[in-house]
Design a protein around this ligand. Sequence first.
Ligand code: PLP
Length: 405
Amino acid sequence: MSSILSNVLPAPEDPVLSVIFACRDDPCPVKLNLSVGAYQTEEGKPLVLEVVRKAEQQLANDLYCDKGYLPIDGLADFNKFSAKLILGDDSHAVKENRVVTIQCLSGTGSLRVGAEFLAKHHQQRVVFVPNPTWGNHPFIFTLAGLSVEYFRYYDPHTRGLDFEGMLEDLGAAPSGALVVLQACAHNPTGIDPTLEQWEQIRQIVRSKGLLPFFDNAYQGFASGNLDSDAQSVRMFVSDGGECLIAQSFAKNMGLYGERIGALTIVCTSEDVARKVKSQLLLVVRPMYLTPPIHGASIVTTILKNSDMYKDWTIELKGMADRIISMRQQLHEAIQARGTPGDWSHIIKQRGMFSFTGLNEKQVRMMAKEYHIYMTYDGRISMAGVSSKTVPQLADAIHAAVTRIP
Ligand SMILES: Cc1ncc(COP(=O)(O)O)c(C=O)c1O
């Protein structure tokens, strides 16, 4: 039979997926997959937060809780409390009714809706993303029809922030260009600007008339505190200017598979906000009509109830603290082996990921000989490391660095 689809070409190989598949096919019983950004316990198991279980129990017992369609913009209380979570309890922008929040499909969906909206309503087609950045950012913005360019972010020599380069590149960006900034716990580098640096970034973004789009996928995961991790965003919002924020509850509530997040657009007036919201609904409607209800109900139950909210902050801090402790343990273990080089970046970096500085050859050798898998850029998920696996990882890093230049 003739095939209409026979001329479809295979997609290029995805480097992250190929690492995942290689690990899956490795028969070694002590293999370690550090390529995926999902939190695991000390026992190497995925974690469902206690507070999430409690919220789900409550929802299951609520006979008035139905499974009907949500409005196009999602659950109203979810939107209200999500905006409060990132903007703070006493946000002027919220009080002045110039904030639009709509429920979206996790962080990715929020970025995607934001990108589509900008492609339709913003004259400037250029979007600047950090070099390097989360691998999906270029796909999301390119697919929306925007043109992706990079600003300097990581300095391989210092394994820290190339702050001068970043300011220089943002200073040279055309007026109105979109700038993607990760609010905290930068993926893949684990390097965040200090508050003083954020202030300088804010000044250059505002003076050049750039439009900031914050990707807030890890609130609470960098410091263990939700408010501290929101400071970069709040700094920009408090100057009265515009910005977009894509928010995710995948990591900080462990709701990866629920696909729950929000897009917030902070506008300069209530009138602009009203128009922006009407256009956002037009973006969402042909895409998926309305967002899913279950994850939104879980998040709202927790954010609305002060006891549950407190329980959540304790569990969230527990996850962040475990990651910080893994950084310290790994750093100590690498030093104890006399591994050449300065490894202090492991403890200086924040959030789920560590950008080790290992090169592709070293990464491949660690997979082959030590059954430890990470992305080829040397990024490891610290959330997948445990006290038990630290020695295995430190041995592998030592061998890779001493044997392969
Ligand atoms: C920087 C960044 N943004 C957004 C996301 C999207 O996450 P999700 O769509 O699961 O919320 C991720 C996921 O790893 C990420 O690292």
